[in-house]
Each structure stands twice: as structure tokens, then as C-alpha cells.
Ligand binder design. Structure first.
Ligand code: NAD
Length: 502
């Protein structure tokens, strides 16, 4: 039966009818607008230990490929336990002899220099990041690289003011920190980890993800250009086992991990019983909650930004949409119209909204979830969309008719897939949003400030956005509840995770 809302909007098609064949691209085509900056790639990257480029003890290398066209970008050293040992020795020496003793005001100068050098090479870094990860250039150019530089600037500002991090108490660095990061924000996650550690006076051994090592080695070039003392940051590339060696190494006073909950649990088991400090930034299954009084067009933009931004490969992605029943049809209709005009394709093109999935394995994982969603009875919808002939691409996908027991509503998919559920009351929205093992982020869309305040206390999520989504600032701490991990990155709280308090 037609609702009053449907009558006002005759252009909305009833659910289930096939999408029209006419698509945006048939009406007109944008001129190609590929980014032209030179990413300055080397054919081979070695390990970065003690301020120098070092061949791996194994003598072995692995390829990193461009997920948008499946061609090899460069090869990277396969670091092993001997290399991890050498990196920790260099880091411990740098900590004891130079960095741990240096006044904060001096450390700040290095951090400022790193931030400025990153800004100087921003376009080169953006292209390198897009080539390695498949994310659209407008994201790497406008978000990842500037935000990474912002983290170095922010922490440079703290380095000579550490007495104010915990007023009335003294702070001291921990020593050498072992860090491992994932592939979804390769450069930004490095900045989140390295900048606070260095500002506090710690030294670092860090591993980028196996799929996306490129910008970590380019950042090491910047460390050299900035004159950072040898051994203060050491970059070891390699597979998960190399990450395991970094996390379990006896020299590490603290370990900081960002990645999946499954690997986070493995790491916690491997260091149980040691006195290592730990920060775990793990998975998420955020609810984006839209009430009937919300500005719906803005909410639809927020939903799109929340899950289709960066191909949904975002730990805090709004992968569950909870929409109030009275506006559910309207919101889903608007969302479909919006998805029809998203451009999926060459990540280097400035017009592209949805780029390539990082790897074939990840694409297979996402497709297995699509199959599970359909088999469990949800209704899948994808806009008509021409995918490039090569590379790991998929259309943005929404599921309606989802229940809380469906795997697509419970498990982290890490792809451009949105599970849509409905609710009637505020209490039901809170209960459904919190009905997850995760607790990293959430979004609330409503006109009522009182409702935002109520939900911000009742939602069990580390970050809650109101009438916006995916907003970040280096001064704002980020981190999770429950299986999304513990510890904070960013802000004063993030610094506290890198120091001893006396
Ligand atoms: P992943 O857990 O597979 O890998 C993360 C990193 O850990 C990689 O560098 C990998 O090589 C390494 N690794 C793998 N096995 C290891 C082991 N046994 N010991 C030590 N290191 C090991 O995660 P991913 O697929 O690269 O990234 C996606 C995941 O990261 C998602 O679950 C996402 O939610 C999470 N993530 C969380 C945040 C956050 O801030 N909470 C941010 C970004 C990504």
C-alpha cells in the first residue's frame, strides 16, 4: 500500500522492480582526469634499519601489485627474525644514546621537518598510495596524506610540552616500541603510530601491511632527508610472521597493533605473561542510525561516505544502516539514486568515487559475504555499473531485509557492502546498534540535540559522530570498546599510551 511519502515522490520505484537501464554514464561521460604526479618508484626496496637500506638476511623479496590493473609495482624485502633482531638492536641503541635523552624541543624539530617534507612531496605520496592500495586519488590526496602530515605537526607541537600531558605528574618514554599496521590507510596508520611514539621519546620498529608496503619505505626516505638519527625508526617489510616476530620481541617495551580482531587476539596470546604495554586497534561493525527527523539528503551523503568511502575498507565504516521505519523506503530510494551516480573505476582518475579492492583475496572474501547475504535471505541490490576489465573491482552493494542474525549484519566485511535494518524507537535503535561484538564507532542523524546526547552515552562505541561521519582530527582520540580493542590514538590520551607516569 502506498504511504503518503510515496505519493509525494512518484519517481521512486517500488522495491523489487529492476533498475532502469539508463545510467549516468550513458547521458554524458566525464573527460578522463588522471593524476599526473610522478610517484618516483624504485624497482626494489630494501629494509630500513639503523638509518640505512639493508638487504634482508633471507635474500628474498616479494612483489607488491597495483590492484587496479594487477601489474607489479616494485619488490620488497622479506624481513625475518634476524632482521627484526637487528632493527631492535638499532632502536635500543638509538633510544639509549640519542633519542631517549634528547630534550623534547629538539625532538619537535625533527617531527616538524618530517611533516613539512611530507607536505612537499604530498602529490607524489598520494599517487604512490593510490597505486599500492587501489584507493581513489581524491582520498589519498585530500585525506590520507594531509592527515598523516597533520599527525606529525600535531605531535611536534606536543614534544616540548609533555609536562602538560598529565598535569602534576612526570612522563618518561617507555623505550623501544614494536608496531604493526594494516593495508587500509597505509601511510596514515604509520603516522598515527610513529608520531606519538617519537614525540614521547620512544624509538620504533614498524611493519607495514604485506599488501601495501610502499609508502612506509617512502616515509623512511623522508626520515633520512630529515636527518632523523639512525635507528630511531626502523621499517621491516614482510608477511604476518614478521609482524609476529616484532610483537613478541623481548626488547619491545610496548607493542601497538592495528588490524583484524583475529590477529589481535593471536598477538595478545603470544605476549600474555610478559610486562609489555599494549594498544590494540581492531575491527568494527559500526551502526549509522538515521531518525525520521534527520536531514535525509545529508544523511544519505553521510551513509555513502560512511561505507563506500575507501571501498568500505575502513575499520570505522558505517557498515550497518539502522533507519527509522517511517522513512526507510524514502532513505533507501534516495540511497539507490545516489549509488547510481557513483563512479567506480581507475583510482588514479580524480573523478573516481570507488576505487579497487586491495587484493584478489579481499575481493573473494567480500564476494563470499554477498553470497552468504543472499543465501540467508537478505535482498541484494547493486547499481548498474561498468567495471574495468582488469583489477579487483566491485559495485557498491546494499542489502535490505537484513536481520540481526545475518552474517552480513554481524561480521566485519571490509568492503563496499551496506546491511540495512530498521527500527521504530530510540531504545530499539540503541539495542540493535550495541548488539555486536565490536564497538569502534557509530553515527547518529537527527535534528534533536537531546537525542544525540542520550545516544552518545548509551552507544558502546569509541567514536560517535552526530550528523556527520568519518571525521578525524589528530587532537581527537580514536579507539574502541569490546572486540574493537583498547588504547587510544591521537590527542593527549594517545600520548599517555606511549609513556611511563611517575
Ligand atoms: P590483518 O590483521 O590481517 O593484518 C594487519 C597487520 O598484521 C598486517 O601488517 C599483517 O601483515 C600483520 N599480521 C598478520 N598476522 C600477524 C601475526 N600473527 N602477528 C603479527 N602481525 C601479523 O588486518 P588487515 O587485513 O591488514 O586490515 C584490516 C583490519 O584492520 C580490519 O579488521 C580493520 O577493522 C582493522 N583496522 C582497525 C583500525 C582501528 O583503528 N581500529 C584501523 C584500520 C584497520
Amino acid at each position: 500500500m502506498a504511504t503518503p511519502t510515496d505519493r509525494k515522490r512518484p519517481t521512486l520505484r517500488p522495491q523489487g522492480r529492476p533498475a532502469p537501464k539508463l545510467i549516468f554514464g550513458d547521458l554524458w561521460e566525464y573527460d578522463p582526469a588522471p593524476e599526473t604526479a610522478d610517484p618516483k618508484l624504485k624497482p626494489r626496496y630494501e629494509l630500513f634499519i639503523n638509518g640505512r637500506w639493508v638487504a634482508p638476511a633471507s635474500g628474498r623479496y616479494f612483489d607488491s601489485i597495483n590492484p587496479a590493473n594487477e601489474t607489479k609495482l616494485a619488490e620488497f624485502a622479506l624481513g625475518g627474525t634476524a632482521d627484526v633482531d637487528a632493527a631492535y638492536r638499532a632502536a635500543q641503541r638509538a633510544f639509549t644514546t640519542v633519542w631517549g635523552r634528547m630534550p623534547g624541543g629538539e625532538r619537535a624539530k625533527y617531527l616538524f621537518r618530517i611533516a613539512r617534507l611530507l607536505q612537499d612531496r604530498a602529490r607524489e605520496f598520494a599517487v604512490a598510495e593510490t597505486l599500492d592500495s587501489g584507493k581513489p586519488i581524491k582520498e589519498s590526496r585530500d585525506f590520507d596524506v594531509p592527515m598523516a602530515a597533520a599527525h606529525f605537526f600535531y605531535h611536534a607541537g606536543w614534544a616540548d610540552k609533555l609536562d602538560y600531558v598529565a598535569p602534576g605528574r612526570k612522563v618518561a618514554p617507555l623505550g623501544v616500541v614494536g608496531q604493526v599496521v594494516p593495508w587500509n590507510f597505509p601511510l596514515l596508520m604509520l603516522a598515527w603510530k610513529i608520531a606519538p611514539a617519537l614525540a614521547m621519546g620512544n624509538c620504533v620498529v614498524i611493519k607495514p601491511a604485506t599488501n601495501t608496503p610502499l609508502t612506509a619505505l617512502k616515509l623512511a626516505e623522508i626520515f633520512q632527508d630529515a636527518g632523523l638519527p639512525p635507528g630511531v625508526v626502523n621499517v621491516i617489510t614482510g608477511p604476518g610472521s614478521t609482524g609476529g616476530a616484532i610483537m613478541a620481541h623481548p626488547t619491545a617495551a610496548k607493542i601497538a597493533f592495528t588490524g583484524s580482531t583475529e590477529v589481535g587476539k593471536t598477538i595478545m596470546r603470544s605476549v600474555a605473561g610478559t610486562d609489555k604495554r599494549m594498544t590494540m586497534e581492531l575491527g568494527g561493525k559500526a551502526a549509522n542510525i538515521v531518525f525520521d527527523d534527520a536531514p535525509l539528503d545529508q544523511a544519505v551523503e553521510g551513509i555513502v561516505n560512511g561505507i563506500f568511502f575507501n571501498q568500505g575498507e575502513v575499520c570505522c565504516a558505517g557498515s550497518r544502516l539502522l533507519v527509522q521505519e517511517s522513512v526507510a523506503r524514502l532513505v533507501v530510494g534516495k540511497l539507490r539514486n545516489r549509488l547510481r551516480v557513483l563512479r567506480v573505476g581507475n583510482p588514479l582518475d580524480k573523478n573516481t568515487d570507488v576505487g579497487a579492492i586491495v587484493s584478489r583475496d579481499q575481493l573473494n572474501t567480500i564476494q563470499a559475504y554477498l553470497k552468504a547475504g543472499v543465501e540467508e535471505g537478505a535482498v541484494m541490490w547493486q547499481p548498474p555499473c561498468r567495471l574495468p576489465p582488469k583489477g579487483f573491482f566491485m559495485p557498491p552493494t546494499i542489502f535490505t531485509g537484513v536481520t540481526q542474525s545475518h552474517r552480513i549484519a554481524r561480521e566485519e566485511i571490509f568492503g563496499p557492502v551496506l546491511a540495512i535494518l530498521t527500527f521504530r524507537t530510540v531504545e530499539e535503535a540503541v539495542e540493535k546498534a550495541n548488539n555486536t561484538a565490536y564497538g569502534l564507532s557509530a553515527g547518529v542523524w537527527t535534528d534533536k540535540g537531546s537525542r544525540i546526547l542520550k545516544l552518545s552515552t548509551e552507544l558502546k562505541a569509541g567514536v560517535i559522530w552526530a550528523n556527520t561521519f568519518n571525521k578525524f582530527d589528530p587532537a581527537s582520540p580514536f579507539g574502541g570498546y569490546k572486540e574493537s580493542g583498547f588504547g587510544r590514538e591521537g590527542g593527549r590520551q594517545g600520548l599517555l599510551d606511549y609513556c611511563k607516569l611517575t
